[in-house]
Design a protein around this ligand. Structure first.
Ligand SMILES: [Zn+2]
Length: 250
């Protein structure tokens, strides 16, 4: 019986992932998320429903627009697959519970932010501010005895990022501070794991860019994708890592 829940999570993840593609493209361009329907960015031909099936349509059309044969970025496929895989993992991690809904919504937001920041060096207020508020309300509703953990996690993470922005102005921006507010509201104490993972991944990638690709140290690199990746990791393994860490050191 359990496999039905996994199949449903997969299908829902694909559909939501398809919507995330729309958000990634349209939100930074201030376009409506619902109208008009999907169309080819090259020739403007409307995408018909049977060419708009997550993952499958991209594969059947071999990544080309049916009308103009222009390439459709493999990113569409990637965003749908990542979202679907994370949705299935969340079902495995939380089972059918309120926490699952929070995790799904949070993952959706993180995937959208990662790609929007990568493309535009921008973390949209329209996602992180309502996200922080709703995240806090949902976390406290699910776990009322530990309300202060989410408040402290949210405020603490934002204060930490604010400090970094002050010390190192070129590195991060106000979007990263608001993103940390959102992450802490949902992750509570596990935001520590998320931030640690983000800085670790960011440093490795930064070294790679400098040493292998010979980019200058001044090249601005968006930090949102690392924060998002750290946050999703923390959803799944934050608890075990924090427990392992405190167990080792206490
Ligand atoms: Zn086209």
């Amino acid at each position: 019986m359990a496999y039905v829940l996994y199949v449903l999570s997969l299908l829902l993840g694909l559909v939501i992932g398809s919507f995330v593609n729309v958000v990634i493209y349209r939100l930074p361009r201030r376009e409506s998320l619902v109208r008009p329907g999907s169309h080819c960015p090259n020739c403007d031909a409307p995408v018909r429903w049977f060419d708009n099936i997550p993952v499958a349509s991209w594969l059947i059309l071999r990544g080309k627009c049916r009308a103009c044969r222009d390439r459709i970025s493999v990113r569409y496929l990637l965003v749908e697959s990542i979202t679907a895989a994370a949705f299935v993992l969340a079902m495995w991690r939380f089972g059918f519970a309120w926490q699952l809904l929070v995790a799904w919504a949070f993952i959706t937001a993180m995937v959208a932010i990662a790609f929007i920041d990568y493309d535009h060096m921008l973390i949209p207020n329209k996602i992180v501010l309502p996200g922080a508020l709703l995240g806090l309300v949902a976390s406290i509703a699910i776990n009322p005895q530990r309300w202060w953990v989410y408040l402290a996690g949210s405020a603490g993470a934002a204060a930490f990022m604010f400090m970094l922005v002050m010390i190192w102005p070129g590195g991060m921006g106000p979007g990263d501070i608001k993103m940390a507010l959102f992450m802490g509201a949902v992750l509570g104490a596990y935001v520590i794991v998320a931030l640690f993972a983000a800085f670790l991944l960011g440093s490795v990638a930064g070294l790679y860019l400098m040493v292998v690709q010979k980019r200058s140290r001044k090249t601005r690199v968006p930090f949102g994708p690392y924060l998002a990746l750290g946050a999703v990791l923390a959803v799944f393994v934050g608890e075990s890592i924090l427990r392992w860490y405190t167990g080792t050191w206490s």
